[in-house]
Design a protein around this ligand. Structure first.
Ligand code: G3P
Length: 250
């Protein structure tokens, strides 16, 4: 499915997060309405094993609650308001289940699922997400990503046909992932931070038939430059601006 989209694919980072609360259904729906090729989201497990979509390890920043996601049940998390912190007009918005995002996005768009069990990498997150994809029969629209190669290894065993992108932290912390980790691992894409991307790096990846999906580009200058360099994918916080900028760039 990746190849059926024009290059670069445009993925709305946590949805249309400039104009709606990140990682919520309104943010994902708005991103699709604005013409993004797909959305990026952060998957985590509740204490009782449900896959929800939230970025931080705690609910504090993006809801009216407090506490670690991994210590809260689905019932407790569903009582929280995940919209008012952003704008009162989103009051009552819930932290979504992954399956609800699948339903809201539909099957024609891409969904980059970042496996974000960074505080508890031995949990069942990757297995549970793969089960949901099988149940929903939508493997063709998924890209997996994670900073932890162990997560991507599990998805490779269960759903080998789903592309895997290795995330690399900016700067020195991401050096290993950007070089040996990526080149000698079994990944279809590297997901580097925009501060570490160059035309040469993109060309190197293309020589070995791999893709580069860059996070995060918001300004028209950055978007145009990445397109010109041949980036295969771009994560953006502002899909409306990105869609029109790339359209104008031809
Ligand atoms: O997938 C790109 C990006 O989401 C990685 O960083 O912190 O936004 O999950 P973060």
């Amino acid at each position: 499915m990746l190849d059926s989209f024009p290059r670069p694919i445009l993925l709305a980072h946590r949805g249309d997060q400039t104009y709606a609360p990140e990682n919520t259904l309104p943010a994902f729906i708005q991103a699709i309405q604005k013409g993004a090729d797909g959305v990026e989201l952060d998957a985590k497990l509740t204490s009782d094993g449900h896959v929800i979509v939230i970025h931080d390890g705690e609910v504090d920043r993006t809801t009216d609650g407090k506490g670690k996601v991994a210590s809260l049940s689905l019932e407790a998390i569903r009582k929280l308001d995940a919209g008012s912190w952003f704008d009162p007009k989103f009051a009552g918005t819930k932290v979504p289940l992954l399956e609800e995002v699948f339903e809201a996005v539909g099957k024609d768009k891409l969904i980059n699922i970042e496996l974000t069990n960074y505080y508890g990498p031995r949990d069942d997150l990757a297995q549970r997400v793969c089960e949901l994809i099988k149940r929903h029969n939508n493997a063709g629209q998924i890209i997996f990503s994670s900073f932890y190669s162990s997560n991507l290894k599990i998805t490779q065993q269960i759903l080998p046909e789903v592309p895997r992108g290795l995330l690399a932290l900016p700067g020195l912390l991401g050096l290993w992932a950007r070089s040996f980790g990526f080149m000698f691992g079994d990944y279809q894409a590297l997901h580097p931070h925009i501060s570490n991307v160059s035309r040469e790096q993109i060309q190197r990846a293309h020589r070995v038939k791999r893709r580069i999906h860059v996070w995060t580009a918001n300004s028209p200058e950055d978007l145009r430059r990445l397109k010109e360099w041949g980036a295969d994918g771009i994560f953006t916080d502002d899909p409306g601006t990105a869609v029109s900028t790339l359209k104008e760039a031809g």
